[in-house]
Design a protein around this ligand. Structure first.
Ligand code: GDP
Ligand code: CA
Length: 316
């Protein structure tokens, strides 16, 4: 279960960990399914953008921009500049090759193709060694209540640079959204469930808000491991700590543990948060203390192996 950057990195780590186990034989793809948040999806210049799906897709394909945390490596911005010259408001930066993804997605959507089908096609074309599932094919729109009113997610996050005080977060459409084909089966049939170190409020909560998803975790038969995105009271990137605080949660590994109580069996936390171990264990989960920061590609696989080792430990 994944949002954007944190989700993508750990998903890639799991794929890489598998590759070092079975070797680089492309005939043996990892049996890995990423269920990805779509609450951030937006229509920009008439194009349908799925930022979290694309981040996970590009990262698993090895194409991600490793410095900025979104978009593609070696990207150019010719279209963006040309649109700016036309007087178009280009607050949402889209690279040239990235635009191809959005054009393809939008064209497919016009024909009535479900997002999950389009995603599978695009991921296969890019050589993604995993199954990529949007949590739902239906509308799921994260909106943020602020003193200036209710903002669409990208308006809050990108245009206004997540600077507004957050009074509430809602997932429009969630009550009537249906899990995309394969999502509940994947959660039910998995050997291991992993909640990636994604924003608990903005990436994981929308996933859980789709009817059936939270229940699938609550009634899981496989062990579930989460990795804390909060390290030493801070997010590595983005507003996770601020948003947690604004909504009355503690911006800490312990605060994340409270949100995931009943859903996960193990929480992986950073050395910086080792002192919270007992408090987290009191919530009914095991704690693994490690280096929870994924610094480069091999490091993603290292953390993924530690996640899988935690499951072995739980089983033995
Ligand atoms: P977004 O949709 O791109 O904002 O990404 P996510 O919701 O998936 O991830 C954002 C969260 O990922 C932030 O709270 C970060 O702290 C967390 N994150 C990013 N990289 C790492 C990492 O290497 N380790 C851990 N533990 N968390 C990370
Ligand atoms: Ca996101």
């Amino acid at each position: 279960m994944a949002g954007g950057v944190g989700g993508a990195r750990l998903a890639d780590g799991l794929a890489r960990a598998h590759r070092t186990t079975v070797g680089d034989d492309p005939g043996v793809p990892p049996d890995l399914t990423a269920v990805v948040n779509t609450g951030d999806d937006a229509e920009i210049h008439g194009l349908w953008i799925s930022p979290d799906l694309d981040t996970v897709m590009y990262t698993l394909a090895g194409l991600e921009n490793r410095t900025q945390g979104w978009g593609l490596e070696g990207e150019t911005f010719t279209v963006h500049e040309a649109m700016g010259a036309l007087g178009v408001d280009t607050w949402f930066l889209l690279g040239d090759r990235d635009l191809a993804t959005h054009v393809a997605r939008t064209a497919a959507r016009r024909t009535g193709e479900p997002l999950s089908t389009t995603t599978a096609r695009l991921a296969a074309a890019l050589g993604v060694p995993a199954r990529l599932l949007p949590v739902t094919d239906d509308r799921l729109a994260t909106v943020v209540d602020t003193p200036d009113g209710t903002l669409d997610f990208q308006d809050y996050f990108v245009r206004r640079r997540h600077a507004d005080p957050v009074r509430g977060v809602r997932f429009e459409g969630a009550e009537v959204a249906r899990p995309a084909p394969g999502v509940l089966d994947a959660l039910r049939d998995a050997d291991v469930l992993v909640v990636a170190p994604s924003n608990p409020v903005l990436s994981i909560a929308p996933l859980l808000s789709v009817p059936g998803v939270r229940q699938a975790l609550e009634s899981r038969s496989a062990p579930c491991v989460a990795v804390s995105p909060i390290i030493g009271g801070r997010a590595l990137k983005g507003p996770a700590a601020e948003v947690l605080t604004a909504l009355g949660h503690e911006p800490s590994a312990r605060g994340v543990a409270r949100m995931y109580a009943g859903l996960v069996d193990v929480l992986v936390v950073d050395h910086a948060d080792a002192a919270q171990r007992a408090d987290i264990e009191d919530l009914g989960m095991r704690v693994v203390v490690t280096d929870a920061v994924m610094r480069d590609r091999p490091d993603r696989a290292r953390l993924a192996r530690e996640v899988l080792a935690a499951v072995q430990e739980l089983r033995s």
